[in-house]
Design a protein around this ligand. Structure first.
Ligand SMILES: [Zn+2]
Length: 386
């Protein structure tokens, strides 16, 4: 598609948008489709039909996708339809959808939202040419899809498993290889193992949706495995309260342990947490993970007006550049940071990521514990949809 026609298309869409809702600094054009009627997802056979489907049904314009992006965009379309139906339309929508043609995002990130109207310096490439026209003015709240991610998703799953297990997954029939004996044997974990076995037998027999389910689960397994190290105080609190429900420990005893633990250095907390895990033979519980997790996360940023998402120049996590709020968040003694880390490793990067991750879990149907909800409310996270 020629740049001029892209620009014209964007401008005409912006005009349409302006007619229905004034475009404020942080506003999202298509925040609600006035009357809720469930949308039936329809997989499309060519890229133009796919972009038309999203534009027509979800009222979100898509630009610059090519035929080779069809599987990825169909999956995004399905994710957005699912989000819309789940929340009965009570969510903010991305203003536009672009592929990541300027290679902004890391290869292991499937999508992202643009935070501000300021376009970072990309060097050469189509986006640089476009920015002087339109993007500079209108790109905030745009969803960027990393189509390369979807093309290399097999490689990612393979690498993930090799990294996390330090062994090839040749025999995942032995589920301990993936989940380890630290995990409870529940429905979510047996479903996950079944899908992983299917993947190992024939990678091509799985849809993107199924592969994304595998990725979501692998991420979560890593999160849970990291908890004794990233959130020792919070995990100890959780384990002890479970024992209280069983009548094995009193509230006073819990308070005594926690008070003692609170001011200890992280290394000491980790040691004590591991003792508690062993003492009570605690097993982690894998929750059912959604294939749409990444899109749910980005919708969380949109709902938070993207204000607390890290900007592109912070993707290298140069902590010296962080504003005070983020620096405080990362302090080792900060219990809020531990609470965030108990949701996911990514939540630990800052309040914006924590909000997006909590939002994602809510949309995925995962129950949130009180500590997490209290923190979410205390930093004024947007109203949770479910
Ligand atoms: Zn994020």
């Amino acid at each position: 598609m020629k740049i001029t026609s892209v620009v014209n298309k964007i401008q005409s869409n912006i005009k349409t948008c302006n007619r229905t809702r004034p475009l404020g600094k942080d506003s999202v054009c298509f925040s609600k489709i006035s009357k809720f009627i469930p949308i039936q997802f329809e997989k499309q056979n060519d890229i133009n039909s796919c972009m038309d489907f999203i534009a027509k049904k979800l009222k979100i314009p898509c630009f610059l996708f090519e035929e080779k992006d069809l599987d990825a965009l169909n999956f995004v379309s399905e994710s957005l339809v699912e989000s819309y139906n789940l929340t009965k339309g009570k969510i903010k929508k991305p203003k536009m959808i672009f592929p990541d043609f300027a290679d902004i995002f890391p290869s292991n990130s499937s999508c992202a939202v643009i935070k501000t109207n300021k376009i970072p310096p990309f060097g050469s490439g189509l986006l640089s040419k476009l920015k002087s026209f339109v993007l500079l003015k209108f790109s905030n709240n745009t969803l960027i899809i990393n189509t390369e991610y979807f093309k290399s998703i097999n490689k990612m799953i393979d690498e993930f498993m090799e990294i996390s297990k330090k062994e090839k997954y040749l025999n995942v029939l032995n589920e301990n290889l993936v989940l380890g004996d630290k995990f409870k044997n529940n429905k979510a974990s047996s479903d996950f193992i079944a899908m992983l076995n299917k993947y190992c037998k024939d990678k091509n027999s799985l849809s993107i949706k199924e592969k994304q389910t595998i990725v979501s689960n692998l991420v979560e397994i890593n999160n849970l495995s990291a908890m004794p190290f990233s959130s020792p105080y919070v995990l100890t609190n959780k384990i002890l309260n479970l024992q209280k429900e069983k009548g094995l420990i009193t509230g006073d005893e819990i308070n005594r342990v926690l008070d003692n633990l609170k001011d200890k250095p992280r290394s000491k907390q980790i040691e004590l947490c591991n003792d508690i895990i062993k003492k009570y033979n605690y097993k982690f519980e894998l929750n059912k993970q959604s294939p749409y997790a990444d899109i749910f996360h980005e919708l969380g940023h949109l709902e938070d007006k993207v204000s607390r998402a890290p900007s592109v120049d912070m993707f290298d996590y140069d902590k010296s550049k962080y504003p005070l709020e983020l620096k405080k968040w990362l302090e080792e003694s900060n219990i809020d940071n531990q609470i965030a880390n108990s949701v996911s490793a990514y939540s630990g990067y800052g309040p914006g990521e924590f909000i997006a991750e909590v939002y994602k879990n809510n949309l995925s149907g995962i129950e949130l514990d009180d500590m997490v909800l209290n923190l979410y409310n205390s930093i004024k996270g947007p109203k949770l949809p479910l």
